[in-house]
Ligand binder design. Structure first.
Ligand code: TXA
Ligand code: MG
Length: 350
């Protein structure tokens, strides 16, 4: 398949690109598009065949449900039942934006979209290109992140091209995603609202509206409980670079020393990379790849650069990666949730 690669400005949207994308979706095809979190791989959410194509293009297990994206708040009533008042308050505050909510689905949503579940996840993104694209496509776009299953989510058009060229009809590129981590997911089908995936909308922001929020233990990368994560997608090894990643946790000096020694001790010709805060980057000149993720107190930058650096490790053929811990105040839970998964839970305390 030849994939159309189309660029459009975020503030001056190319109407022809959006029109073409909408036609492809209406004809049952797939289009990757930008959102404020990560790029999505979109198909018509109300068409079983389109959702099946999404799973095939990603190589994703078909029990892993897709998020339905809308471009008008009221469209939530077309696909969801039993929408609680507290959910409406959350939507008022954080929609359009990086928040996904789960409700019981209406019959119009095929089981192919929800991975066989009676519930459906819905998100109203704020990205202008995403909104224009959803609207031009009939209003309901099923979209997982636009990566090959298991790879880090794409945060720019080039990442999408690497994974999806030849597999889908079109890619819309409008530059880097501002947030760079997937949306926060809240499940409203449990006895009380439960956070299934941390994101930019953090626990504190949620609890201002909902009061105390319970968290799926899997949110912390907790493998000690035998319970499966409630979001089916959270049980897979995820966001992972090809090399083996280890997180080194502890006092700044001790972490630096540990990683430096590990680099020096590497004598078997392995290519070693580090993911490190800007303040520490100068200490690791001996590494084959230094992934400077930004200043330690700039958590937005850390979040937005994480996936890009994990992909760079692959490009540089890095076999062994050491990362600092980025347990920052507001986005730390979301950042570390991804990093711990990417590391397959390998964390060393020093
Ligand atoms: O920011 C985002 O949410 C991005 C952009 C493209 O909008 N999308 C995204 O989709 O991250 P995906 O498919 O990569 O992750 C969706 C997660 C998966 O872990 C999936 O299992 C979970 O949401 N999920 C979806 N529907 C669900 C449902 N009905 N019940 C429980 N978990 C659900
Ligand atoms: Mg994903």
């Amino acid at each position: 398949m030849i994939t159309i690669y189309a660029k459009t400005d975020i503030s001056n949207i190319d109407g022809d690109v959006i029109k073409r994308a909408g036609e492809i979706i209406k004809a049952g095809g797939l289009v990757a598009f930008p959102t404020e979190t990560v790029y999505g791989l979109g198909g018509d959410a109300l068409r079983a065949e389109s959702s099946k194509k999404i799973y095939a293009a990603k190589g994703r297990p078909s029990d892993n449900p897709l998020i339905v994206h809308i471009s008008r708040f009221e469209d939530i009533y077309e696909i969801d039942r039993d929408i609680q008042k507290s959910a409406m308050r959350l939507a008022e505050k954080f929609w359009p934006g990086p928040l996904t909510m789960i409700f019981h689905k209406k019959d119009i949503v095929p089981y192919e979209t929800t991975g066989g579940l009676d519930t459906v996840a819905v998100r109203f993104p704020s990205h202008p290109v995403a909104r224009a694209f959803i609207e031009a496509s009939g209003g309901f776009i099923a979209a997982p992140s636009a990566n090959i299953s298991g790879r880090p989510s794409p945060t720019n058009g080039q990442h999408v091209y690497e994974d999806m060229n030849g597999r889908i009809e079109m890619i819309i590129d409008s530059g880097p995603c501002s947030i760079g981590l997937e949306s926060t997911i809240i499940d409203f089908t449990q006895s009380s609202p439960m956070m299934l995936r941390p994101g930019y909308v953090n626990e504190e922001m949620l609890s201002e509206v909902l009061g105390e929020v319970t968290k799926d233990p899997a949110v912390f990368g907790n493998t000690l409980t035998n319970e499966l994560p409630k979001a089916p997608g959270m049980k897979y090894r995820h966001y992972a670079p090809k090399g083996s990643l280890t997180i080194v946790s502890g006092e700044c000096d001790a972490v630096r020393e540990y990683i430096k020694k590990a680099i020096d001790a590497n004598s078997c010709g392995q290519r070693v990379g580090v993911l490190i805060s800007h303040e520490n980057a100068e200490y690791f000149k001996a590494a084959d790849f230094v992934g400077d993720i930004g200043n330690r107190d700039n958590e937005e930058e850390i979040a937005s650069r994480l996936y890009e650096l994990l992909r760079k490790c692959d490009e540089e053929n890095i076999n062994i990666i050491y990362s600092e811990e980025f347990d920052t105040p507001r986005l730390g839970l979301a950042i570390m949730n991804r990093l711990i998964k990417a590391a397959g839970h390998r964390v060393i305390e020093v």
